[in-house]
Write a new protein. Structure first.
Length: 155
């Protein structure tokens, strides 16, 4: 198959443009290469790469230490009292104001205690009741049930 002279000229022109583009690109890459290795020997670059490799290994070791420390902290906080609820109330009509209160302190497993202070004219009485996995070991007053439910519902 014989190409016409016009098509041949167009193809030659396209090839010349592509060739010029390749020449510019190779010059640009050569300039970048010279800039990268300016004043450096192969041994200097090898030392630099080895130094970066050691730094990466050290950083990896530090990350592992941090992960272990975080895991230890998580274990320590598992039993910590994390959930809290407080309610002030007036249990008796003859005593004015909400001077009595109940509060609940629970850990992540909803174990802890409820403390109630009942204020009367004769004095103040304080009661503490143990909670195990959200269940009271003793009967609770309505206010105690309320603070226990609020504390359990907190995330």
């Amino acid at each position: 198959m014989i190409l016409s002279q016009k098509i041949t000229e167009i193809l030659i022109f396209v090839i010349l443009i592509l060739d010029a583009l390749m020449l510019v690109l190779s010059g640009w890459l050569y300039f970048k290469y010279k800039k990268l290795f300016r004043g450096k020997k192969a041994s200097d670059l090898e030392r630099l790469v080895m130094s970066y490799t050691q730094d990466i290994i050290l950083v990896g070791n530090e990350i592992e230490k941090i992960k272990n420390h975080l895991s230890d902290l998580q274990k320590q906080t598992d039993g910590a009292l994390q959930k809290f609820s407080l309610k002030r109330f007036n249990p008796f009509e003859e005593v004015g104001g909400d001077q009595s209160f109940s509060f609940a302190l629970l850990n992540e497993e909803n174990s802890g205690f409820v403390v109630t202070s009942l204020h009367t004219r004769e004095g103040t009485r304080i009661y503490a009741k143990s909670i195990q996995k959200g269940k009271p070991e003793n009967q609770l007053m309505d206010e105690e049930k309320e603070v226990l439910k609020e504390a359990i519902d907190k995330n």
